[in-house]
Design a protein around this ligand. Structure first.
Ligand code: KIV
Length: 265
């Protein structure tokens, strides 16, 4: 019998604050979920960044509940250890509370252990409702990609650390178990992280958050041309994979594939 793996829960994520850093990454399908879990991340977020890195859109706005449900279903089935968080897509939670609860409930039924919503004080009453009905919520403040039309691009936010803290406290008071801080100055992220009971998970927020998250495709360099300052690329995956595909194609053209060993008698 194999060793039983201890599943990461919302409670264990909260308890990591001040003990050790929280590691998080996004995943969208069988391969990315398998790799993320095997690498030992604490949190696997089925991000609405799927709109950009899986479906090829310029923003996260076009993706809806149908596509996200497909991603959540497979990731929740494959991941055995990490906490699976499902990202609520644009307009799946803003229009009405009842629609928001139904959509969040749908992700939970598909196997997610929590949902994530973007926004601060404006979503706090909704977060409180979700938590009251048994749906753990991860908050997301600072640069909210779903608001990029308001900002005029994916611009740095959260320069006013007191305002950022008000949003963070509203989410914490509403029952959010952790909060993503995206693309905010290091000083603001530090200020907020030091004043919360719940952990912060940073992306483009400097080194003082309680954890870090990056997008799977950014870490592995799978999308050419995507190069944010806050991303560290650990692999030039696009070039490496393209080269392998070119070699296979060449081998077909020059008759090197398949060999006798790769053929049946
Ligand atoms: O959708 C996403 O991938 C995210 C992370 C970048 C936090 O929201």
């Amino acid at each position: 019998m194999g060793v039983k793996m201890k599943r990461i829960t919302v409670k264990s994520i909260v308890e990591m604050k001040g003990e050790r850093r929280i590691t998080a990454i996004t995943a969208y399908d069988y391969t990315s979920a398998l790799l993320a879990d095997a690498a030992g991340f604490d949190v696997v977020l089925v991000g609405d960044s799927a709109a950009m890195v899986i479906h090829g859109y310029d923003s996260t706005l076009p993706i809806g509940m149908e596509e996200m449900s497909m991603h959540v279903r497979v990731v929740a089935r494959v991941v055995k250890r990490a906490l699976v968080v499902a990202d609520m897509p644009f307009m799946s939670y803003q229009a009405s509370e009842s629609e928001a609860l139904k959509n969040a409930g749908r992700f939970m039924k598909l196997g997610a252990s929590a949902v994530k919503v973007e926004g601060g004080r404006e979503v706090a009453p909704l977060v409180a409702k979700m938590v009251a009905y048994g749906i753990p919520v991860m908050g997301h403040i600072g640069m909210n990609p779903q608001k990029f039309n308001i900002y005029g691009g994916f611009r740095l936010q959260g320069r006013d650390k007191e305002e950022l803290l008000k949003d963070a406290l509203a989410l914490q008071d509403a029952g959010a178990f952790s909060i993503v801080l995206e693309k905010v100055p290091t000083e603001s992220a530090k200020y907020v992280s030091e004043r919360l009971r719940v952990p912060t998970i940073g992306i483009g927020a400097g080194p003082y958050t309680d954890g870090q998250i990056l997008v799977f495709h950014d870490v592995l360099g799978l999308i050419p041309g995507l190069n944010f300052k806050f991303v560290r690329r650990y692999l030039n995956g696009y070039e490496i994979m393209k080269e392998a595909l070119e070699r296979f194609r060449e081998d077909v053209l020059n008759g090197n594939f398949p060999s006798p060993e790769e053929s049946y008698d």
